[in-house]
Design a protein around this ligand. Structure first.
Ligand SMILES: [Fe+2]
Length: 303
């Protein structure tokens, strides 16, 4: 296994976390807690007016998923259920914002690529890497995601065409590990057509919004803190500026998805795993303005 943290303490802690992951995974299976239940997931549907969007893109549907952390709480069975939930939304495009794995890659590679390959967007499945993907070896993870039919958007641009008009999907590689190259992305982006940025770390919004080129940034990374307390919110907001949900940053909308999986602590309280489905609206859209999902901070729920 290739790891990017080459310090001795880094390698030892990754090895320990891998052992913990494998042991917890076996325990989950033994206890029969590895099964998919649709009610565990929150499908959040948001209609979003996009300035300069051509009418040919009115109603364009983007399903946003993040932080699968395959091999921890997300098992092969859960991933297949997640893919079914996404496919049911009939998205034009699926956007993934990183952390497909946690501390083990070889044992979950086949389940992950096979699961993702079942996604059925009309146009494309695009994505960027997160910090965990790099820790486990970016080359290997890229290979797995490639087998899952993902278009690599790390410091790259992918353009969708409708009747000659353009909608751009752009992405940066992981910001925490200083792999992001926004200049390269801006250079590659055509001058016209709305552009959506994918960045694993949500606080990159301050940088991407300052460029003035993006209408929307999609991110993950925070998992929403995995815990949201009534009246207090997520404790992760102490460390992160944009920990979950929607924000306006200059002229850009920042959306932070709560993720699908969990990290070391396989627990979520009041902060269910999320699939977000955006319906893009052109001016004079025929699609009604809508923000819907299970209400936050209402009924405490422990996974
Ligand atoms: Fe993550």
């Amino acid at each position: 296994m290739t790891v990017y943290d080459t310090s001795l303490s880094g390698q030892v802690s990754l090895r320990l976390l891998r052992k913990l992951q494998l042991a917890s995974s076996k325990a989950q299976e033994r206890l029969g807690r590895n099964v998919f239940r649709p009610e565990d997931f929150d499908v959040v549907r948001i209609s979003l007016p996009i300035s300069g969007l051509d009418p040919s893109f009115d109603g364009y549907r983007i399903a946003h998923i993040s932080d699968i952390h395959m091999g921890q709480w997300v098992t092969a069975e859960r991933l297949n259920g997640i893919v079914d939930l996404v496919n049911r939304e009939k998205p034009d495009l699926v956007a993934f914002t990183g952390d497909s794995v946690s501390y083990e890659v070889d044992e979950i590679a086949e389940d992950l690529s096979r699961g993702l390959a079942r996604l059925r967007p009309k146009d494309a499945f695009v994505g960027v890497l997160g910090n965990h993907d790099h820790w486990m070896g970016a080359r290997k993870v890229r290979e797995i995601l490639g087998q899952g039919k993902i278009t690599d958007l790390n410091n790259a641009v992918h353009t969708i065409y409708r009747q000659g008009e353009m909608l751009h999907l752009a992405g940066v590689d992981d910001v925490m590990l200083k792999k992001d190259r926004l200049e390269r992305v801006l250079h590659e982006l055509p001058a016209s057509g709305p552009a959506i940025m994918l960045a694993h770390e949500p606080d990159f919004a301050d940088v991407s919004a300052s460029s003035g080129r993006f209408c929307l940034q999609l991110s993950g990374h925070s998992h929403g803190g995995q815990i949201a307390l009534p009246g207090i919110g997520t404790p992760v907001r102490l460390f992160m500026k944009y920990p979950m949900g929607m924000y306006r940053v200059k002229d850009m909308i920042q959306y932070t998805n709560r993720g699908l999986g969990t990290n070391e602590f396989w627990l979520r309280i009041n902060c269910p795993p999320e699939i977000t489905v955006f319906t893009l609206q052109a001016e004079d859209s025929k699609f009604p303005r809508k923000v819907a999902g299970k209400p936050f901070l209402s009924i405490p729920k422990i996974l």
